[in-house]
Ligand binder design. Structure first.
Ligand SMILES: C[S@@+](CC[C@H](N)C(=O)[O-])C[C@H]1O[C@@H](n2cnc3c(N)ncnc32)[C@H](O)[C@@H]1O
Length: 256
């Protein structure tokens, strides 16, 4: 599948310049035709990490370092292919391999956007179903996350969960099922208003001082709904939004 097809098929909005897209396409081609032996592939994936992609990983490394002394779970609202969940599992293995309570939970329809509304504006050119993944992708992702756990200590205790369905229903249900939950880190990446607002409202009673909220689309004119949801649930003046210079889009706030 070519890069341009992928972009069209999955509705990803790509702001890269033409020369960046060319270079990225060539890198993907080199990845697909790589001559590395299988047993050296994982150890050499850095070959294909661009500064842009690496900066996002470094952002999450810095964020994870901030929660190691807080008690609670990690949730991601909007999982898609699941790279961030997998990265979190790897960082847990590095930074706190014996933290039994650090469960990692991801919420997604796995069939794309559900609940686009007028509050999302018309700039993103998306519709319900945009950003869908392939059929049964959640089963594939569960296998990847199980393998991540297998490669780290305490691998006899499953510490991840994928929750499939519309977040408006599934997030409140999750917290009803798990009233013991404290959330140390919540990553917001639904992009759109309705599920973000529902998740913020359900999450709020489960935050404590020191909990961190990460946002992927705050102050973003392509996806205004995320900011509107945060404004309606917390009020922008109630949170201090910070960022790292290495990443443009992602921001975070620590509950004070
Ligand atoms: C931009 S993608 C997430 C990307 C992912 N966080 C990453 O780092 O690669 C947005 C995701 O939100 C999900 N989503 C949108 N509306 C939803 C809803 N109402 N309930 C659950 N998931 C939803 C979509 O299916 C999509 O996978």
């Amino acid at each position: 599948m070519s890069v341009s097809m992928k972009t069209n098929q999955y509705d990803a909005i790509v702001l890269s310049s033409a020369s960046e897209k060319d270079a990225q396409a060539m890198l993907v081609e080199r990845l697909q035709s790589n001559p590395l032996p299988n047993d050296e592939l994982l150890a050499n994936l850095g070959l294909f990490l661009t500064s842009k992609n690496l900066s996002r990983l470094l952002f999450f490394y810095e964020i994870y370092r901030k929660i190691v002394h807080t008690h609670g779970i990690i949730v991601e609202f909007g999982v898609r292919w699941g790279q961030t969940l997998s990265l979190m599992a790897a960082l847990r293995g590095i930074l706190e391999p014996f933290n039994r309570h650090r469960k990692i939970v991801g919420f997604d329809t796995f069939t794309g956007f559900v609940g686009l509304s007028a509050k999302d504006g018309d700039k993103c050119r998306c519709c319900d179903g945009s950003f869908a993944v392939t059929d049964d992708y959640e089963d594939y992702l569960a296998q990847i996350l199980a393998l991540q756990e297998q490669l780290n200590p305490m691998n006899h205790i499953r510490r991840f969960e994928l929750v499939k369905g519309d977040a408006i229903v599934t997030v409140p249900q999750y917290f009803d099922r798990h009233p013991e939950t404290i959330v140390s880190l919540a990553i917001f990446d639904f992009d759109i208003y309705a599920p973000t607002k529902a998740a913020l409202e359900a999450l709020k009673p489960h935050l404590s001082k020191g909990s961190i909220l990460v946002f992927d689309e705050l102050c973003d004119d392509i996806f205004p709904g995320e900011t509107v949801a945060v404004r309606e649930v917390f009020g922008l003046g109630a949170l201090r939004f910070e960022r790292f210079p290495m990443t443009s889009r992602v921001s975070y706030a620590v509950i004070e």
